[in-house]
Design a binder for this molecule. Structure first.
Ligand code: RB5
Length: 163
């Protein structure tokens, strides 16, 4: 019975997405949530207005949520939006187990999953239009890691430091 419950839970459960932004990404983040919320379990971790905030606080929050949830929800992902995507990427990659990528097009998003098994997508709201962001997010959430030689390379990255 327990196994049946687990299978039912898996079939019924939507993919878990943690999303956050700073002030520069606030409006774009709200639009991404609307784009995703029917199909995904989207957890909005702020910010909650366009008032100035510090992007590292939000990047760390999403990164830590991913690490906390990854054993129960192996496919959970994060999305971080700031002005350029750079600050969010730099910060999120400080957290052990995180592979955050700043993507400018859907090809980068596809390879970030297939080869790098990325678990956080960072986006620049001041760089990209919403149409481009929609296709980047869509590809990021629907591509699959190819493993094999790519897993060996990822292990080498994580063996470099405690991160
Ligand atoms: C905020 O002005 C801006 O610095 C931030 O959104 C981001 O682009 C940093 O990388």
């Amino acid at each position: 019975m327990q196994n049946v419950n687990k299978i039912t839970e898996k079939i019924n459960s939507k993919q878990l997405i943690f999303i956050a932004s700073d002030h520069a990404g606030y409006e774009m983040k709200e639009n991404i949530i609307k784009f995703l919320e029917k199909k995904y379990d989207v957890q909005n971790l702020g910010c909650n207005s366009a008032d100035s905030v510090d992007y590292p606080d939000y990047a760390v929050d999403v990164a830590k949520k991913i690490i906390k949830n990854i054993s129960k929800y192996p496919n959970c992902k994060g999305i971080l939006v700031c002005g350029t995507g750079s600050g969010m990427t730099i910060t999120a990659n400080k957290i052990k187990g995180i592979r955050a990528v700043n993507c400018f097009n859907s090809e980068m998003a596809e390879m970030a999953i297939k080869h790098n098994d990325a678990n956080i997508l960072c986006l620049g709201a001041r760089i990209l239009q919403f149409d481009a962001i929609k296709s980047i997010v869509d590809v990021f959430l629907n591509s699959e890691f190819e493993s094999g030689r790519h897993q060996i390379r990822i292990n080498k990255i994580h063996n470099l430091t405690e991160n």
